[in-house]
Design a protein around this ligand. Structure first.
Ligand code: PMP
Length: 406
């Protein structure tokens, strides 16, 4: 392992060393999308320069190289998640498509009166696909309540879980609150009642490595672009028995075994769910991103992220009227906040003038905004390449914004 030296790590991310509005860029919008190390850019460049062809055609050398790189990346993902087999790793466009695929795939199992449990802190991507399937099948989407601190109400969960519950779909880490949910406990209680479980790992995988066998969830989904890989690709992990049992999501090439006008049969897993030419270079890029992470000292990286969060928490009181939304005991380095007298979008604009990138708005979690009675929040989300100095710059800028505009 390379020692965890944040300055040398930052040199691996060329985009970070630039000026924005005349100031050194301070990128604290990692929850929306993270930056990419050179090894990812190089892997994609090299793929196009030396290997590109369509995959799984087998007729020539470039096709073999492209297929080997593409399937090699799938194996890298399998190992990252500790899945039992690459058959259980399906490429999707991202978290959103993965959840839509599962919701549609489970639709034939749902009937009127069935219940789908989600939580009140879900991203719209883990609410709307279930609502659409509920609309078609007569099932109901039930939200698990959240406490004022931003933790899942486990009593509410226990009383919602009943004989009509068919699916539990919850986020591993909240994109707004940073809360790390007790997913192992949630899954085990759901499984005890035969409920199918899906975990949205979009905000979890950038900070820690999940073990899908230890979690024992049926599905685990995430997006590459938040995990330091390219846009346009993501992952659906699913237990093979469940994937076998689900109909294909889209029809076309790649996903069939044999097509005739009398009868068409499906390809084996995971190809049954991968209609059409896939995002090959992007898969290679995501594989390279995970290899980059594998080369870091993970415990040191997690400690560094916790130190960023601790420093931020300490500095909150230096900004009059500032308060944090989401104070769960178990948190990833995500900080939603408000400042009395300031609209979140003005905070974002004023920080941008000082070179600091954060996200403002509803973060695709409108039910959660309604729960807290806010139109939106300002959110700083950290990655392992951020520095304590950047946290200090954020707070110096917030003090200035508060002084001048609140
Ligand atoms: N779930 C969570 C928790 C997220 O944070 C996001 C992205 N903001 C998504 C789902 C959707 O991911 P994507 O837009 O990459 O499909």
């Amino acid at each position: 392992h390379k020692a965890f030296d944040v300055q040398s790590i930052r040199r691996d991310f060329p985009i970070l060393s630039q000026q924005v509005n005349g100031k050194p860029l301070v990128y604290l919008d990692n929850g929306a999308s993270a930056q990419k190390p050179l090894t990812v850019l190089d892997a994609m460049d090299r793929y196009y320069r030396e290997m590109h062809s369509n995959v799984h055609r087998g007729a020539h050398t470039l096709g073999d190289r492209a297929t080997a790189a593409f399937e090699g990346a799938r194996e890298t993902i399998r190992a990252f998640l500790n899945a039992g087999s690459t058959q259980e790793i399906v490429w999707t466009k991202g978290t959103t498509e993965a959840i839509n695929l599962v919701a549609n795939g489970l639709a034939p199992k749902l009937k009127a009166g069935d219940e789908i449990l989600v939580s009140h802190m879900e991203h719209h991507a883990n609410i709307v696909p279930w609502q659409m399937v509920a609309e078609r099948t007569g099932a109901k989407v039930m939200p698990i309540q959240v406490s004022p601190e931003g933790e899942l109400d486990m009593d509410a969960f226990n009383s919602l879980l009943n004989d009509r519950t068919r699916v539990l779909a919850v986020t591993h880490v909240s994109n707004v609150l940073g809360t790390i949910n007790p997913v192992k406990e949630l899954v085990s209680q759901a499984k005890a009642r035969g409920v199918i479980t899906l975990l949205d790992g979009a905000q979890a995988v950038p900070h820690f490595q999940p073990d899908v066998q230890a979690l024992d969830c049926d599905f685990y989904v995430f997006s590459s672009h938040k995990l330091f890989g390219p846009t346009g690709i993501g992952v659906l992990y699913g237990k093979s028995a469940l994937l076998e049992d689900m109909p294909p999501y889209q029809g076309g090439g790649e996903m069939i075994e044999r097509v005739s006008f009398e009868r068409t049969t499906w390809n084996v897993l995971p190809y049954k769910f991968e209609a059409g030419t896939p995002a090959i270079a992007e898969a290679v890029g995501l594989g390279a991103a995970i290899e980059y992470l594998n080369g870091l000292d993970r415990p040191a990286m997690e400690a560094a992220e916790n130190a960023l969060m601790a420093r931020a928490n300490q500095l909150v009181e230096t900004v009059p009227g500032m308060s944090i939304i989401g104070t769960a005991k178990q948190k990833a380095p995500v900080m939603s906040f408000k400042i009395d007298g300031l609209h979140p979008s003005d905070i974002g604009t004023l920080l941008d003038q000082q070179g600091i990138a954060i996200r403002t708005g509803h973060h695709c979690a409108m039910p959660l905004m309604d729960f807290y009675g806010v139109p939106g929040t300002a959110r700083a989300s950290f990655a392992f390449y951020n520095t304590l100095d950047e946290v200090d710059k954020l707070f110096a800028a917030l003090q200035k914004v508060q002084r001048l505009f609140a």
